[in-house]
Design a protein around this ligand. Structure first.
Ligand code: NAP
Length: 347
């Protein structure tokens, strides 16, 4: 365990770059939504430890956390560090269960150094998989996919699964888990390269390019017998079209609606929802943190599938905390491949 004076000597030559939320954005957030500040690295009290953050997770949910509205977590206060998942190394500790040299994943925010107390972090082992995987496939997005498709989607062998955002962090894992469970899987994504990726690399049975295809014609082609589970990450027109093709007792998992997150006006509601009545279907929202007590068990299963080569994980890593805004925008333009990650300090 390292004490205060030693910490000061180790890190005295460094400062902490922090991204501070300074206003509530309207529409797509502009760069002036945040200020990049350089501040002293915080000291730690008893029961705390200091993490040098190597990687920050960029997630569509960040857009919602900036909104001043009731949600499943309180909004980020103006003047606070931008909330984000992160992964890094413990460099000082006054916590009995965390030692210098441990690696952790948690909610460290968009900053280079963060203080934790053990309540919102878990230890990870970068010798098993690279550190960024713990904020992707073995972190929050992977857990969303796991509990979303297996618990909320109540998937059964042989069913037909349609997943929007199918080449992204959550969707790519949803489709692969459904394949492991013996389902027919069709993914929806933007552009021919992402469609190729879903079919050739992830093993999906079909792919739909929502940017160039008519959704109704494409779903009819790829799911001629209809859909048992629609896992929706996108909302809007894609949800409308999927609803028109559900089968008897279908389940629709409302995981996200990224097409609506930057709307200045009302969020668009589902159009073809009477299809739920006709087909006795259910549509259910989910929040991944509801399953946190079972994350470790799910992580073991997912890690096993990765080791067996059944589950692929792809991270797209950009560098530099000063490039946060440019990188963040890629969530909405789709100019990224796999889980979006920002490296903010060297390993
Ligand atoms: N409920 C929960 O607990 C929970 C937890 C985690 C994530 N989520 C939700 O899950 C969804 C996916 O998250 P993720 O981390 O896996 O992100 P992601 O899929 O890795 O990245 C976002 C992707 O969304 C697509 N996209 C952006 N704007 C779009 C639009 N207008 N229409 C259609 N597609 C659009 C882009 O892919 P293309 O190139 O294919 O367009 C982009 O790559 C999000 O809605 C997120 O909020 C929910």
């Amino acid at each position: 365990m390292i004490r205060g004076s030693t910490i000061t000597s180790i890190i005295s030559s460094h400062m902490n770059k922090q991204l501070i939320l300074v206003k509530r954005p309207e529409g797509m957030p502009e760069a002036d939504t945040w200020n990049l500040e350089t501040n002293e690295i915080p000291s730690i009290a008893d029961g705390q430890f200091l993490v040098k953050q190597h990687y920050i997770s960029l997630d569509p949910a960040m857009r919602g956390w900036m909104r001043d509205a009731k949600s499943y977590v309180p909004p980020i206060p103006i003047g606070d560090v931008m909330r984000a998942g992160s992964a890094g190394e413990v460099i000082a500790s006054k916590h009995p269960n965390y030692q210098v040299g441990d690696f952790v994943s948690g909610w460290g925010g968009v900053q280079q150094y963060a203080v934790f107390d053990g309540s919102n972090s878990f230890k990870v082992d970068p010798n098993l998989v690279p550190l960024p995987v713990y904020i992707g496939t073995l972190g929050m997005p992977g857990m969303t996919a796991y509990f979303g498709i297996l618990e909320v989607g109540a998937l059964k062998e042989g069913e037909v699964v349609l997943v929007s955002g199918g080449a992204g962090a959550v969707g790519s894992i949803v489709g692969q888990i459904a394949k492991i469970k013996g389902c027919r899987v069709v993914g929806i994504a933007g552009g021919p390269e992402k469609c190729r990726y879903m079919k050739e690399e992830l093993g999906f049975d079909g792919a739909i390019d929502y940017k160039s295809e008519n959704m109704y014609e494409a779903i009819a082609r790829e799911c001629p017998e209809g859909i048992d589970v629609f896992f929706d990450n996108v909302g809007g027109e894609i949800l409308d079209a999927a609803l028109a093709f559900i089968r008897l007792n279908a389940r629709i998992v409302i995981c996200g609606a990224i097409s609506q997150y930057n709307n200045r006006d009302d969020i668009r509601g589902p159009k073809n929802y009477l299809s739920l009545l006709v087909n006795r279907g259910t549509m259910k929202g989910m929040v991944v943190t509801d399953y946190v007590k079972d994350w470790a068990k799910a992580g073991q299963q997912m890690g096993m599938w990765m080791a067996q080569g059944k589950l692929k994980s792809r991270e797209d890593i950009y560098e530099g905390i000063e490039n946060f805004h440019d990188t963040f925008k890629r969530l909405f333009t789709g100019e990224k491949r796999g889980k979006l990650v920002l490296k903010v300090l060297e390993d």
